[in-house]
Design a protein around this ligand. Structure first.
Ligand SMILES: [Zn+2]
Length: 190
C-alpha cells in the first residue's frame, strides 16, 4: 500500500467514525481563532498532537504556523506573511514563538546538508545560489533559546506587525511537555 493509499484509508475510517454531533468548523467569516492567538513553532514531528494539548490549545483556538527551527529569515518571508494575515484578517492579538529543546534543525550543519543535497543530484550551481543564506539561516537556529530570543526580536522590530501585540518566546520540552518562558511579551524588550 502506498503512503497515499494509507492516508486515504485512514481518512475513510475517520470520516465514517466521526460522530454526527461532532462540532463542525464554523463557516467563514467567523470569530476565529477563538483565543485570538498565533503560535509559531517548529515542524518537529514530536510536537504533533503534543504541543497544543501541552499548552491547552484546542481546535479553532489558535493559528498555528510551523517551519524548521521556527525561524524568521526576512521582513516579508512566509512566516511573517502568515502572521500578518493572522493579525489583520483573523484578529490575532497575541503571538507565541515556541522553540523546543533537542531541535533537529539546530543539529544541521551547512556542510552536512550540502553534502546530502549534492549526493542526491542537486546541482552545485543551485547550491552556490543558496550558500550564504543557508549558513546564515542554520547559524541562527543553532541554539534554540537564542533563536527564540532573536525571532521574537525580529518579529517585534518588523514594522508590519503592530507594536501593541505581545510576542512571547517559549521553549518546549518535547519529551516531558514542559514549557519555559524565555521572553515575556508583556515586558518591554531590553
Ligand atoms: Zn525543531
Amino acid at each position: 500500500m502506498t503512503v497515499l493509499d494509507q492516508i486515504l484509508q485512514a481518512n475513510r475510517q475517520f470520516v465514517a467514525r466521526l460522530p454526527t454531533d461532532f462540532p463542525r468548523a464554523i463557516p467563514k467569516p467567523s470569530k476565529l481563532p477563538r483565543r485570538e492567538l498565533a503560535v509559531f513553532t517548529c515542524m518537529d514531528t514530536r510536537l504533533v498532537e503534543f504541543l497544543e494539548p501541552a499548552v491547552g490549545i484546542r481546535r479553532e483556538d489558535a493559528v498555528v504556523i510551523k517551519n524548521a527551527g521556527n525561524s524568521v529569515t526576512g521582513p516579508f518571508e512566509a512566516s511573517i506573511r502568515s502572521l500578518i494575515l493572522a493579525v489583520f484578517e483573523l484578529g490575532v492579538k497575541e503571538i507565541l514563538v515556541i522553540g523546543h529543546e533537542d531541535c533537529g534543525a539546530a543539529c544541521t550543519t551547512p556542510d552536512g546538508l550540502t553534502a546530502k543535497m549534492l549526493a542526491r543530484g542537486i546541482s552545485p550551481d543551485a547550491i552556490k545560489m543558496i550558500e550564504g543564506k543557508l549558513s546564515a539561516w542554520l547559524a541562527n537556529i543553532k541554539n534554540p533559546e537564542i533563536n527564540v530570543i532573536q525571532v521574537v526580536a525580529r518579529i517585534r522590530a518588523n514594522p508590519l506587525i503592530p507594536a501593541e501585540i505581545p510576542i512571547h518566546g517559549l521553549i518546549f520540552d518535547p519529551h516531558g511537555g514542559k514549557i519555559r518562558v524565555i521572553v515575556d511579551g508583556y515586558q518591554p524588550i531590553p
